[in-house]
Design a protein around this ligand. Structure first.
Ligand code: NAI
Length: 304
């Protein structure tokens, strides 16, 4: 099937991932509808509009070209969800909460055209849970497309299809991701965390525990767990700052809730208190005022 079959894409959730995915689609010359919630009554589209402004300013290189930005239409889900009917692929990239994702799908179901692909960018939630309660038609058109952060530079795309997913539609999305977005597509089973996060979250969690148990600094931990172990540039704590500290409790809860009680991950998922305090204090990572690295710098200054 030709990529021309995907003429317009909708991305819902203009945060770290949704904005980055929208930029990649627009950079490929395909029009995008980017929607988010209403946070400011005076400017109901502000969340998506601000995301586009940020995409044009990223350093060292803008995530999106000025020409591509003209292909992005911004809006909010309350006023503009009906426009999903114009789109051939709807990508959900809202926060990692099953209840919010499920209630959004119920709304999308009322507006989308039959045969339109709907996918979730979930990191960990099994497809079977996401589509619970939805119609047969919705389940047929639904899949998981898990992009990695930042979507501009990370080539991997995990695709998860359910038993009811339409194989031709899944192939159409995979083909578009491969040819138009330059992704290396890996098809994975519908298991908690799929492949990358089943390993990745385990490994991040184990590294955080080890650093705190052994009393090593985050720089020391990243020096060992960074380049020498094949993690480019950021190291593990730098990666968590990039992913977003606020995502961690959702990833942890999703995995502890879906994995078997005797799974080794259950025993190591034990940094909730520290992470929840960081979030409450605004240390959400690069998307906020900073994360582990900023906290560490501030602690260092207090000791001086
Ligand atoms: P984020 O917190 O940066 O952005 C989420 C966006 O969704 C926010 O702008 C928020 O206002 C919006 N939103 C929340 N509820 C909404 C609703 N009902 N309708 C429309 N918009 C809504 O989150 P992030 O990090 O971009 O994560 C999004 C998804 O991508 C999650 O499922 C996450 O697990 C997944 N993911 C995240 C990665 C990361 O490195 N941050 C990597 C790969 C996947």
């Amino acid at each position: 099937m030709s990529d021309a079959a995907i003429k317009k894409v909708c991305v819902i959730g203009a945060g770290t991932m949704g904005a980055g995915i929208a930029a990649q689609v627009a950079n490929a010359g395909v029009p995008v509808l980017l929607l988010d919630i209403v946070r400011d009554e005076a400017n109901r589209n502000a969340v998506a509009e601000d995301a586009v402004k940020r995409l044009l300013k990223t350093d060292p290189a803008p995530f999106m070209s000025k020409a591509a930005a003209k292909l992005v239409e911004t809006g909010n889900i309350d006023d503009h969800l009906g426009k999903v009917a114009e789109c051939d692929w709807i990508i959900e990239a809202i926060v990692e909460r099953l209840d919010l994702k499920q209630s959004l799908y119920a709304k999308i179901e009322q507006h989308r055209r039959d045969g339109t692909a709907v996918s979730s960018n979930t990191s960990t939630i099994p497809l079977a849970q996401l589509t619970e309660g939805r119609s047969e038609g919705f389940k047929r058109d639904f899949l998981i497309t898990h992009f990695f952060n930042p979507p501009r530079y990370m080539r991997l795309l995990e695709i998860v299809a359910g038993p009811e997913s339409d194989a031709a539609l899944v192939d159409k999305v995979a083909g578009f991701a491969d040819r138009s977005l330059g992704k290396s597509v890996v098809r994975t089973k519908d298991t908690p965390g799929f492949i990358a996060n089943r390993l990745g979250v385990f490994w991040i969690q184990a590294a955080i525990n080890a650093a705190f148990d052994l009393g090593v600094t985050i720089e020391e931990a990243d020096a060992i767990g960074g380049k020498p172990m094949g993690v480019p540039k950021t190291g593990i704590f730098g990666l968590v700052d990039l992913i977003g500290i606020d995502l961690m409790p959702h990833l942890q809860k999703s995995l502890t809730g879906t994995l078997a009680k005797d799974d080794p991950y259950q025993a190591i998922a034990r940094t909730q208190q520290l992470i929840e305090k960081m979030i409450a204090d605004g240390y959400t990572g690069r998307k906020g005022k900073g994360g582990f690295y900023r906290l560490n710098r501030e602690a260092g200054k207090r000791k001086e």
